[in-house]
Design a protein around this ligand. Sequence first.
Ligand code: ASP
Length: 332
Amino acid sequence: MSKPKLIVISTGGTITMTSGQGSKGIAPTLTAADLLNAVPQIGQQADIEALTFSSMPGASLATSQIAELAHLIQQRFDGGIDGAIVIQGTDTIEETAFLLDMLVADRKPVIVTGAMRGAQAAGADGPANLLASVIVAGSPQAAGRGTLVVLNDEVHAAAFVKKGHTGLTSSFISPNAGRLGLVSEQRALFTSSSGMPRLALSRPGAWPDIAIVKACLGDDGRMLDALPGLGYAGVVVEAMGAGHVPQCWAPRLSGLAAKMPVVLAVRTPGGPVFTNTYGFPGSEIDLAGRGLIPAGLLDALKARLLLGALMGNNETVEAIRHQFMRFSNLQA
Ligand code: ASP
């Protein structure tokens, strides 16, 4: 059987970082080719094209760059590449992977990976993560599952993966779905057959600014009133519990929802936003009545990206509501 043709695109991140560049800590220095040369086993798995897209920490990547990357990947797929691996900083993988998932409408696999330890660290995890990603990208079972995140020999769906720890190599978790599979003995083993909604959105012409506002004990929510004047076009509220805010936020949110789309997500690490249980002022039922759009199982970071992409495509509030509902009912 011929080997799959894959592209490995590096944007930077800890996996590319070394020390000794004059700065105090580690910083991005290695190219995609450098990373691939450090793992000779990859050549047995696939024919690889290496591309260094940027050399940045994950925190400094922009949505427009990820949209450009999605376009580049689609072009390579159209040109005959079988799968793509994006290397990047783990700080924002949960966001970039979801954005790629929305913008690359293809059955061919896109894998996002990185490393928790720098390239010179004892027990650096970058080489193993890169090899595992190549194995998953070359697996026929990865097709049609959207963008996947592969680290620590675990495979996660872009819509649900989160960075769950600042330092452990087992940092990545999917509290709302569990992992989709594993890499074992040089094979990808998918243990879950569940499919995520594929959004297949067009690349937005512009990215509207969407704010995330987190509800906290005793906060009066005055920040909400300032958002329209600051130029924000939409808001995601990261509410308490199952979708609750202090009652003094409720009238402020009514006013905001009359001006722009307001999505209701939860700050609780797992579970969907409720829609039909609590009826007090500031509860999920009250806020739905005030026009807020429940985010379903999407967390605030992912809800912000989905809202931005939909608004950037000039979708109506009803169309936006419909897309978010797909994350409440995964069969839809
Ligand atoms: N700060 C790093 C980054 O996101 C963390 C990492 O890559 O693991 O670039």
